[in-house]
Design a protein around this ligand. Structure first.
Ligand code: ZN
Length: 457
């Protein structure tokens, strides 16, 4: 049957691209209150597509933008149930003059579909929907039970999704969550992202005199909040680029020998990476490779330091107040609350006398890593190989996806992240694109994926 489904997908390639273009024409920008109707139109568009091919689906309201929920129902075979997660909302266009064609007038140039949302995430999530549609048309059903949760607030921090997942936990029950909102390894090699970093975000506020003071008249007689901030920040990392906060590494899960070997085998172009960053040289925690530092080692970074005189030229002041924003990207099994508390303690201990210190907590989120050897992960890898003609690499991601630990906690399911777009697809920037061939490869992968999962029984 899978051959017939793939044949159907191939035969409908042009029509499916047309449908993606139709969805891309809806400017469903979730940050823009003026686009509320467009957001709903996009949700309705997806719901209709699912309903028309015979998959029960509905719009679930939230205090913000709605979600589309769908369920194929039991397939009877007793195979695993998979929940496909994605989002139909998109980022704003940004400076429209930087786009070679209008963001919401999808245009194909050299086999690439240019439009806001082409890769993130309309094209990728639609691949799953269209694969299900092909199964429905060809086989009158899917070989396993598939559910869909497609939200409209991913680009605004999924602010109502947690409640939707908790409220509908029984309806969403599944063995695996599958999502395509991450990239391939590179242009020619598909990738499965199996881990993401978490985040702890803090702000340090240091105050001294009641107002900025003349550094000549008063300097040397009282503590300078700028100097104090520098002292504190410098104390947080050592010469080997390791974080010095006591207990910071206690729960860090070290790489297994197998994982380390797999990572080192990836054809990562270090020179190309450096050139793309435009920095003088690469550096980081001693004893780890660039990819390990990016994907599996925790980091601490100053995001901004501000206060005192920052204008042009020279003004000699002792600032009354200096602040620093500091974020830590954490990894399994570091606990965000514990890291947050340890940070506060270390900062207080490092703070010099003579200033006042306030620490603000901007929230946190745990890291996530899925088992690499689960049957679902194998099915995903086999499906990607079938869909793209090449075995995927297993990769990790330095960014944070709070939804993943939430799925694990509420549904008890691991997330399988199959990336269909290229890494430099300009998501969130001008000229975002998705290759027609990747859209097709993604649709075939999604069709193979449910087939492989059905074979697990
Ligand atoms: Zn996305």
């Amino acid at each position: 049957m899978i051959d017939k489904v793939i044949a159907h997908i191939n035969a409908n390639k042009g029509a499916n691209v047309e449908r993606l273009m139709e969805l891309l024409r809806i400017p469903s920008i979730s940050t823009d209150p003026e686009r509320k109707d467009d957001i709903r139109r996009a949700a309705e568009w997806i719901r209709r597509l699912l309903t028309e091919c015979g998959i029960k689906s509905e719009i679930v309201e939230t205090p913000g933008h709605p979600c589309v929920l769908a369920d194929t129902g039991s397939a009877g075979g007793g195979g695993p149930t998979v929940l496909i997660y994605g989002h139909y909302d998109v980022q704003p266009t940004g400076d429209e003059s930087l786009w070679d064609s209008p963001a919401f007038e999808p245009t194909i140039r050299n086999g690439l579909i240019y439009a806001r949302g082409a890769a993130d995430d309309k094209g990728q999530v639609l691949a799953h929907v269209l694969a299900a549609e092909s199964w429905m048309k060809v086989a009158k059903g899917l070989p396993i039970r598939v559910k869909f949760l497609i939200e409209g607030e991913e680009e605004v921090a999924s602010r109502n999704l947690e409640k939707v997942i908790r409220d509908h936990r029984d309806r969403l029950a599944c063995d695996y969550v599958a999502l395509s909102d991450t990239p391939k390894f590179d242009e020619t090699t598909p990738g499965i992202t199996y881990g993401t970093k978490g985040l702890v975000y803090k702000e340090i506020i240091i105050t001294g005199p009641k107002q900025n003071l003349h550094s000549g008249s008063f300097g040397g007689t009282l503590a300078n909040p700028g100097n104090a901030a520098a002292t504190i920040i410098a104390s947080l990392r050592d010469a080997d680029n390791r974080v010095t906060i006591p207990g910071f590494y206690d729960k860090v899960r070290e790489l297994t020998a197998v994982e380390r070997a797999k990572l080192s085998e990836l054809p990562f172009d270090e020179d190309g990476y450096l050139a793309a960053m435009g920095a003088p040289t690469l550096t980081g925690e001693k004893g780890y490779s660039t990819l390990e530092r990016r994907w599996v080692r925790p980091t601490l970074d100053v995001n901004g330091v501000f206060g005192g005189f920052t204008g042009e030229g020279a003004a000699t002041v002792i600032p009354a107040k200096v602040s620093a924003k500091v974020s830590m990207r954490i990894v399994p099994d570091q606990d965000p609350d514990q890291i947050s508390t340890a940070f506060d303690k270390a900062v207080r201990a490092a703070c010099p006398d003579g200033v006042r210190l306030e620490i603000i907590d901007h929230g946190g989120c745990a890291a996530y890593v899925a088992a690499m050897d689960s049957p679902g992960m194998t099915a995903a890898a086999d499906a990607m190989e079938a869909g793209f003609g090449k075995r995927p690499f297993f990769i990790r991601e330095g960014g944070t996806l709070p939804i993943l630990p939430l799925y694990k906690e509420v549904l008890g399911a691991d997330s399988l992240m199959m990336g269909f777009c290229v890494p430099d697809c300009n998501a969130h920037g001008p000229n975002e694109f998705l290759a027609v061939s990747d859209f097709l490869g993604g649709t075939k992968t999604a069709a193979h994926f449910v087939h492989r999962l059905a074979q697990l029984t």
